[in-house]
Unconditional design. Sequence first.
Length: 292
Amino acid sequence: QAELGLNEHHQNEAMNYMRFARFKRGLCLKTVDSCFQDLKDSRLVEETFTVDEVIDMLDGLQTVVHSEVESELINTTYTNVLLLRQLFSQAEKWYLKLQTDVSELENRELLEQVAEFEKSEFTSSNKKPSADLLKPKLAPLNEGGSELLNKTVACLQEENEKLKARLRTIETQATAALDEKAKLEKSLKDLQMIQGDQKTNTNQDITELENKVAALKCQFEKTLNDSTANQKSLEQNLVTTKHDLLRVQDQLSTAEKELEKKFQQTAAYRNMKEILTKKNEQIKDLRKKLSK
């Protein structure tokens, strides 16, 4: 069975309205059918008609059907306004402001859901409407208000009982917290007395530690200053040594050049050079002979 997403009471109210709407729709269709039947009975008595006669008959039928349908649509609109008036009147009794969304009236999915609901309730079932569904569509305002008021009072009483139980729990917790606070205060006093006895010894230890820290600080500063002085001296020595090294390297290079020059000027060097020249010529002659 299709449902509209409402509770049982409101769904029954919707069924009652849909039954009323189906009845009015049936009357409207019967009226339209009777318009066509009247035309058949009153005008279609001859075998042939001219074009003007057919046009005249259709114009007359159009006028009658248009009037009937327009009247029914207007009546349906006014009926819906009266239904909304009943609902709004009940809501205003309890200072409620209901809101409607007209755009949802064109929601195809919801319209199909209502059509399925109507089909399942009125078309598929041949049962006659029960006596409960034929009751007035709206309950009396006073009785409905009393029922809502009773429910509200019951909810408030239940909430009041819950608050009382919660208050008792909080009172118990508060009492336990006060007892715990008293125990902690006593423990704190005992601890303060013990700390008072130890305070003198602690002050002496602190003074000794401060003196040691001061001495260590002075020693550290002295060591740091000595290290800085040594570092500067080492840097200066390193620069001087680097300069001496460059100078020695330059002197060695000059000495090597002079030594090579002097060696080339000696008789032994010249004799050795002549011997090497002769040997090279002999080797060339031997190569020529070997090639031949």
